[in-house]
Design a protein around this ligand. Sequence first.
Ligand SMILES: [Zn+2]
Length: 184
Amino acid sequence: MNEEGRIASPFSVPPSSLRASFFVCGCGRWMHTQGIEEQPGLSADHWLVRSECCGCHWRVGLEVKADSAGSFVDRLMWTDEARHLLDRMPPYVQGLLRPSVEDYVRANGTQIVTAELLGEARRGGGVRWDADAEARLSRVPASVRTMAKAELEKTALERGQSAVTVSLMEELKARYFGMAAQKQ
Ligand SMILES: [Zn+2]
């Protein structure tokens, strides 16, 4: 039992009265979503949705099927797993990524940012390479290429550029070759 006083509900399929875009506490007020855990227990297709009443502060954890979890969430929410992944990214990346991921999730018709959707959004909305920059990268010595690629994509993101260009490569050349030299 953690400090939230979690009660894992024994039912896996919620009664139809609870299948709404929100649910109501015994005191008559809305239950507000506090958090979502994608895999709280052994059954990977069940999530735990934590909610709290804004009036009496009654807290409850509902174990629900992953595909119906959206019915218990009152606004756009990140799962604990997705949030954890985001928290490990540098702050400037978080700032750029958060709104684009949330747009992506809304466009998917859901309110829940999962670790999987975060990954999809990153791949789809990530930094692209201009064709000539890509050709040039292939000529960078293999020992430096991985580091150069990461450094260029990071810098492009940092500057809000959607693509890595030859001029960016020219500008950063000294930096990534220098980093590679230090590492050896
Ligand atoms: Zn209440």
